[in-house]
Design a protein around this ligand. Structure first.
Ligand SMILES: [Zn+2]
Length: 164
């Protein structure tokens, strides 16, 4: 890997993290009633998201949808599942409760996405559009029908957001 490629990869990871971090910071500022700072942080988050996309494009990592789905399955989903599985087996104290829970949430959502991505690959080109609903608490995602309660975190169905 050339040093330019390496730098782009490193910056892609960094700005992607900043994108999510600023978004979370904006939410906190909003909750604290600091609307001016919240707005600034949302702008910074948006800008970092644009930088992340530009770096991704510069690295040639956006390909055909078929290649992208395969990349998502092999590059992220399978790797994440393995990591979550081994992390959940590490010893944690009572203080690590939130860490354990967030790993469990991510693990369950990732399993579901492995299934959705594989199905999308099989149905590619057939335009079989489904409705997706994401639990805003744990990230678990369901297709077409909303459950009464989130099967992972137990939240009521009103916390699910429909993806347009
Ligand atoms: Zn949930």
């Amino acid at each position: 890997m050339s040093s330019l490629e390496e730098s782009l990869k490193e910056m892609f990871a960094a700005v992607s993290q900043a994108n999510r971090k600023y978004s979370a910071f904006a939410k906190r500022a909003e909750d604290e009633g600091q609307k001016d700072v919240a707005k600034l942080l949302r702008a910074a988050s948006e800008a970092e998201g644009i930088h992340a996309n530009n770096f991704l494009r510069a690295m040639g990592m956006i390909k055909s949808t078929k290649e992208n789905l395969n990349s998502a399955i092999d590059g992220e989903v399978k790797r994440f599942l393995k990591i979550y599985q081994s992390m959940m087996n590490t010893e944690m104290t009572e203080d690590d409760r939130w860490a354990r829970m967030s790993l469990c949430y991510a693990h369950e959502a990732e399993k579901k996405f492995a299934h959705f991505f594989e199905k999308a690959l099989l149905n590619l080109g057939q335009n079989k559009e489904a409705d997706y609903f994401v639990c805003k608490i744990c990230g678990f995602t369901v297709e077409n029908e909303l459950p009464e309660k989130c099967p992972v975190c137990g939240s009521r169905k009103k916390v699910f957001e429909k993806i347009e």
